[in-house]
Design a protein around this ligand. Structure first.
Ligand code: SAH
Length: 488
């Protein structure tokens, strides 16, 4: 095997605590290496004619030693490792040659050929470190992979590694035999422990850990429920935590509003159950859904209750948690991007604006009773933005009540149908024309209604999908599409 381009490097994690490491170079590249070395507890000596400000500060605080001047071989005296971090290839080469002569391992920054050891790309979570190397051949690929791993493993892995390190002796004593330890571990990790760490419930996590150590191997694991917001439809708007929970799910109970693209991101072998409620009755009642959540969790499943938008905004998430709590079932809540936030963003409507609106009202206008219960006098005030959910069927009433309470008929509105999805449509106009325009364009649920001066920005700031439909654009569309004209 040729050693000109090393096809295989031997990975190793070095204990540098208290050991002298030489860094040649005093610029920002050197500073980054020094920082990592200090983090590992090394005694760092920096050799360079001059130091950049942070290095100079560390010198002043005696965190590093400084040898001033041009590289000389005796700088390597007593060093365990050396990093050549100058911007001069010849100097770097001289450092590596001198180190070779003394059999000291050397690294030349960003020079795989010259380096005798490589510093891998890494992902750090507390005491846990994942190091990635492409052998120097494809550093961009290693970097990409690192980014992917950064999103795959959240902070809870650091807390987990820390907890396991702390209890290392107890774990060995509990499962002296390797096979049993492996099984015990697998079960420990499939339980609530990591979820608790993720929620920063460290005391509860310690208790769960204790319980797992005491448990017999045959005891069933306890189920739990994650109430998760799936966002408005665009899978890119899912949170990293939602993605993680979806990857760990045994069962997913989802609403009709959840898009297929989002469901596709869940664990392949997770069972998917649609529990959509239909406006005209039928489907699943809330009581049925609550009972199903409780039963699945009691059967030991990791359940994800997946809802469109955010689970706590017109999502009945509160009622489901009350049911879970009443049965002593563990849960967590993962927020999602709610329709008002998503639709406004994807329609180019700033929900607040210093000149137009200082507050945002999130309102439901589902049935006649909901509508009558609203405080219309306060909704009809100016300088605010109204976001109506579930309002498609009540547009006539919304316009009538707002106008009756004094909101000018010329107030702009925008109706965003299927916000953030490829088929998104925006209908924009004046309050006076709201129901007529919606009928003209046959707007259907799910659609979000924005009322207020900011809604007019849909005409000038739109960026996603088709241009807003207004009176004028309807005339164009009608000319181009006789069937639409006929339908209207
Ligand atoms: N929990 C959800 C809201 C559920 S109520 C959330 O936070 O978004 C259902 C209503 O939400 C729909 O009638 C519609 O008004 C709105 N909605 C949800 N997703 C939408 C989307 N992609 N585009 C437009 N409106 C949407």
């Amino acid at each position: 095997m040729s050693n000109a381009s090393p096809s295989k490097l031997f990975p190793l994690f070095a204990d540098l605590r208290g050991r002298r490491v030489l860094v040649v170079g005093g610029g920002t590249v050197a500073r980054r290496k020094v920082e990592a070395l200090l983090d590992a507890g090394a005694r760092v000596v920096v050799g360079a004619p001059a130091l950049e400000p942070t290095l100079a500060e560390w010198k002043a605080n005696a965190r590093i030693e400084h040898i001033e001047g041009v590289f000389a071989a005796q700088w390597l005296d007593a060093a365990w490792l050396v990093i050549a971090a100058t911007d001069d290839v010849e100097t770097n080469r001289a450092v590596v040659d001198a180190a070779d002569a003394r059999r000291i391992f050397s690294n030349a920054v960003d020079d795989a050929e010259l380096s005798r050891f490589h510093v891998p790309a890494r992902v750090e979570r507390g005491p846990l470190q994942i190091a990635i190397s492409s052998g120097g051949g494809a550093p961009m690929l290693a970097r990409l992979l690192r980014e992917e791993l950064e999103t795959r493993f959240d902070d809870s892995f650091g807390a987990l590694a820390e907890l396991l390190t702390r209890h290392r002796e107890r774990i060995r004593a509990r499962w002296p035999e390797l096979g049993a330890r492996r099984r015990g571990f697998a079960k420990l990790l499939s339980g609530p422990l990591q979820g608790l760490l993720r929620q920063r419930q460290h005391l509860a996590a310690e208790r769960a850990f204790d319980a797992a150590l005491r448990e017999h191997e045959t005891t069933a694991t306890r189920g739990s429920v994650a109430l998760v917001g799936a966002g408005p439809g665009d899978p890119g708007l899912l949170t990293l935590r939602a993605l993680r929970v979806l990857n760990e799910a045994d069962v997913i109970l989802h609403d009709r509003l959840v898009s297929d693209e989002v469901l596709q991101l869940a664990r392949r072998d997770a069972e998917r159950i649609s529990v959509g409620k239909h406006a005209g009755g039928g489907g699943h009642s809330q009581a049925e859904i609550n009972a199903q959540l409780v039963a699945l969790a009691q059967a030991g499943k990791r359940v994800v209750r997946l809802k469109g938008g955010d689970p706590f905004v017109f999502g009945r998430g509160g009622e489901e948690l009350q049911a879970l709590r009443a049965h002593g079932i563990g849960y967590e809540v993962v927020p999602g991007i709610t329709a008002a936030i998503a639709c406004a963003a994807y329609a180019g409507i700033p929900l607040t604006h210093r000149e137009h609106a200082q507050s945002l009202r999130i309102v439901t206008a589902h049935g006649k009773d909901d509508i009558d219960a609203l405080d219309w006098a306060s909704l009809a005030r100016g300088r605010q933005t109204l976001a109506f959910y579930m309002g498609v069927a009540g547009l006539d009433r919304i316009r009538e009540r707002l106008t009756a309470h004094g909101l000018p008929a010329a107030t702009p509105f925008a109706l965003v149908e299927n916000g953030s999805r490829p088929e998104q449509r925006v209908v924009a106009g004046m309050l006076a024309d709201l129901p007529a325009l919606a009928r003209l364009h046959q707007v259907r649920a799910p659609a979000l209604l924005v009322v207020g001066d900011v809604a007019a920005f849909a005409n000038s700031l739109h960026w996603f999908g088709r241009e807003p439909l207004t009176d004028a654009s309807f005339t164009d569309a009608a000319a181009a599409s006789p069937s639409l004209a006929a339908a209207a």
